[in-house]
Design a protein around this ligand. Structure first.
Ligand code: BGC
Length: 467
C-alpha cells in the first residue's frame, strides 16, 4: 500500500494537519499487513516448527510435554493445582465431577515485585500453605502427601512429567539462580522448608493445561493457545513426527507438544514486520532479541509499543502539542487494557481516551484530533497483533491437516483473546483466508476461561492414574 487512498477512510483523521495525516499514514503502512505478507510468515513459521520437532536447540523449542493421554471426561475426584501465570498465582482444588464437568475452589495472589525478582518459589510455597490452612486441608504428619499439578507458564526443557529445567524467563520475571535448574525441585524444596506434605505430580505449560481442560469436556480438543500477558500454543502431535523424541513411544502414539511459539523470529529478527517502535521496545526489554513474536502480539507489550508511537508523534509536535509527562515518559506506563478501551471509544468527544491521556497519563488539554490519532494508534497495534496471532494458529492447524476433516476445537485463553475488542473475530477471519472453507467450517475456537487451572488438575489426575 502506498497512498492514503489505498489505506482507506479508516485512517483519515478529521481535522488533522497535513503533517499529522502523513505521520498516521506512515504508521498505517508499517502496521497493516497484507495477506501475502502473512502467508510468507506462515511458511517460515511452519519451517521452524519442523526444525523444532527434528532436533534440540532450535528457535521454536517444540517441547515434548510427556502428556500422552486424553481424559475421557468421566474421571472423578479432587486434585490440587498451582497456576503460575505472568501476573498472578492461583492455588486451587479442582473437583472433577465426571460428565466433563469440573468445579474450582481457588485463591488468587498477585505476584509481588519481590517474588518476581527474588523469592518466587518461597512465595509460591507460602501461598500453598495459606490456601491449605484457610481451607483446613493441610495434611498432618501421618497423612499421605497431597499431589499437585503445577502449571508453570515459562519455557522449560521437560525431562519427565514432573521435572523440567528453566530455559529462560519471559514476561518480566527475572529471578536469579533458576535458569538451568529443575523448577519442580525448586518448588518442592520451598514446600519442604515450610514442612508441607505436598508433591508435584506433573509440571505443565499453561497451553498444555488449557488444552487438557478443554479435552476433559470435548473430545475434539486438539490445540490449546494462550493470548495473554505472553503467548504460546500446544497441540497433540503424532509421536512419529517428533523425530527428536528419544523415549519409548507412548501407547497412544501421540504426545502434547508445547511449541513455545513466542520465540518465533527471536535472535534473527528477520521475518516479522519490525517497526522502529518494536525495535525500541525490544532494546529496552529485559530480554532483548528474545520472544520476538510474543512482543508483537501479547498483552505485556502492546501498550508499550503504543507508548513508543505516542512519544514519536509528540516529539515531532504532531500530538499533544509536543507535551509529555513524567508518567508518559516511564516505560510500561500505558497498560494494554487502555488500548482495548481506546479502540472501542465511539463517544463524540472520545471521552474514554481523554480519560486515559489526561488522567492516567497526566497530559492535560488533549484536542479531539489528538484523541482521534490515539484511537488509530490503539487500533493499529491491536489489530496487527490479532492478524499476526492467526499466523501461529494457521501454521499449527495445517501441521496435521488431516485433523481438519472432522470437527476440531481450539481452546484459547488469555486477556488479549478475551478482552481486546474484536481480537477473536479478526484472528479467526484472518485464519479463514489461509484454510479451505470446507475445512475451516470444522474448526471451533472456544474460550477456555480458567483452563490452565482446571487442566493442571486434570493432568495431575492423569499422571497419578498412570504412575
Ligand atoms: C512463555 C510460555 C507460556 C506463554 C503464555 C510465554 O512467555 O514462554 O511458556 O506458555 O508465555 O503464558
Amino acid at each position: 500500500m502506498d497512498s492514503t487512498q489505498q489505506l482507506g477512510a479508516r485512517y483519515r483523521v478529521e481535522g488533522a494537519t497535513a503533517a499529522q495525516q502523513e505521520a498516521v499514514d506512515v504508521l498505517a503502512r508499517q502496521f497493516l499487513l497484507s495477506d501475502e505478507r502473512l502467508g510468507e510468515i506462515i511458511k517460515e513459521f511452519r519451517r521452524r516448527m519442523e526444525a523444532g520437532l527434528a532436533s534440540d536447540g532450535t528457535m521454536l523449542k517444540m517441547v515434548p510435554s510427556y502428556v500422552v493421554w486424553r481424559p475421557t471426561g468421566e474421571e472423578t475426584g479432587a486434585y490440587f493445582a498451582i497456576d503460575l501465570g505472568g501476573t498472578n498465582l492461583r492455588v486451587m482444588r479442582v473437583t472433577l465431577e465426571g460428565n466433563g464437568r469440573a468445579t474450582l475452589l481457588h485463591q488468587k495472589f498477585a505476584l509481588p515485585e519481590e517474588a518476581k525478582t527474588r523469592t518466587l518459589f518461597d512465595f509460591i510455597a507460602q501461598c500453598v500453605e495459606t490456601f491449605l490452612d484457610d481451607h483446613n486441608m493441610r495434611p498432618a504428619a501421618t497423612d499421605p502427601h497431597l499431589s499437585f499439578g503445577f502449571t508453570f507458564s515459562y519455557p522449560i526443557d521437560q525431562t519427565s512429567i514432573n521435572s523440567g529445567t528453566l530455559i529462560h524467563w519471559t514476561k518480566g520475571l527475572d529471578v536469579p539462580g533458576c535458569v538451568g535448574r529443575d523448577v519442580v525441585r525448586l518448588l518442592e524444596d520451598a514446600l519442604l522448608r515450610l514442612g508441607l506434605r505436598v508433591k508435584v505430580a506433573a509440571v505443565v505449560s499453561d497451553t498444555v493445561s488449557t488444552l487438557l481442560s478443554a479435552a476433559y469436556s470435548d473430545p475434539a480438543a486438539q490445540i490449546g493457545v494462550i493470548f495473554g500477558t505472553g503467548t504460546n500454543a500446544a497441540y497433540y502431535e503424532d509421536v512419529t513426527s517428533l523425530a527428536k523424541w528419544k523415549g519409548a513411544d507412548p501407547a497412544s502414539g501421540e504426545m502434547v507438544v508445547s511449541m513455545e511459539w513466542g520465540a518465533f523470529d527471536s535472535h534473527e529478527l528477520a521475518t516479522l514486520p519490525f517497526t522502529p517502535h518494536d525495535i525500541k521496545l525490544d532494546r529496552k526489554s529485559l530480554n532483548p532479541r528474545e520472544q520476538a513474536y510474543e512482543k508483537m502480539i501479547s498483552g505485556m507489550y502492546l501498550g508499550e509499543i503504543a507508548r513508543n508511537i505516542v512519544l514519536w508523534l509528540a516529539d515531532q509536535r504532531l500530538l499533544l502539542d509536543g507535551r509529555s509527562s513524567t508518567i508518559l515518559n516511564a516505560m510500561w506506563a500505558l497498560d494494554t487494557s487502555y488500548l482495548s478501551s481506546a479502540a472501542v471509544d465511539d463517544s463524540p468527544d472520545l471521552s474514554a481516551i481523554r480519560q486515559v491521556i489526561e488522567k492516567t497519563l497526566n497530559v492535560p488539554d488533549s484536542t479531539l484530533v489528538d484523541r482521534r490519532i490515539f484511537k488509530i494508534v490503539a487500533i493499529l497495534v491491536g489489530e496487527r497483533a490479532a492478524r499476526l496471532s492467526a499466523v501461529g494458529l494457521v501454521a499449527t492447524l495445517t501441521k496435521r491437516a488431516e485433523m481438519l476433516n472432522r470437527p476440531i476445537t481450539v481452546a484459547i485463553d488469555g486477556s488479549m483473546y478475551e478482552h481486546y475488542p474484536g481480537f477473536d473475530r479478526i484472528m479467526a477471519e484472518t485464519a479463514s483466508h489461509f484454510i479451505p472453507e470446507s475445512q475451516f467450517k470444522n474448526i471451533r475456537f472456544s474460550l477456555a476461561r480458567d483452563g490452565s487451572g482446571i487442566g493442571a488438575g486434570v493432568i495431575a489426575m492423569l499422571a497419578t492414574q498412570h504412575q
